[in-house]
Design a protein around this ligand. Structure first.
Ligand code: CU
Length: 143
């Protein structure tokens, strides 16, 4: 008589193990990422090409900043709600709070990553003295 509860416990334990194994597999499949949205911007004197880009909300963005000019340039985007921000300044990657930014010297490509969390439009620009005023800016649309 005293063996019956033990048998029930063993059956229950096996059932839990099987369920958790199935659950792990299912969540692994569901987590298969669609991959980042790769956006390439070419920086020259004194513009971004293209000057308008579109990305999807909630999907990671990999922003590739290619400096095809002869001067140093950067990319600054302030106030756009985003998570997982990885800024890159002078080759040093760091987390960002509110500002998405990347600096790139001539002939190099700097990669900045972030995930936009809200639809809308925001302006980005180059913060090197005089560049924004000369027209080095653009628009990012999230939808
Ligand atoms: Cu510039």
């Amino acid at each position: 008589m005293s063996r019956r509860p033990l048998l029930i416990m063993i059956v229950a334990a096996v059932a839990v193990l099987l369920l958790s194994a199935c659950g792990g597999k299912a969540s692994g499949d569901a987590a298969a990422p669609a991959g980042p949205q790769v956006v390439e911007l070419t920086l020259t004197e004194l513009q971004f090409t293209p000057a308008a880009v579109k990305v999807q909300k909630g999907r990671p963005v990999e922003l590739r900043l290619k400096n095809a000019g002869t001067a140093e340039h950067d990319f600054v985007l302030m106030g756009m709600p985003a998570t997982d921000i990885q800024n890159a300044e002078f080759g040093h990657v760091h987390g960002g709070a509110g500002t998405i930014a990347g600096h790139v010297v001539p002939g190099q490509t700097t990669i900045v990553r972030f995930t936009p969390t809200q639809a809308g439009e925001w302006r980005f620009y180059c913060s090197v003295t005089g560049h924004r005023q000369a027209g080095m800016q653009g628009l990012i649309t999230v939808n």
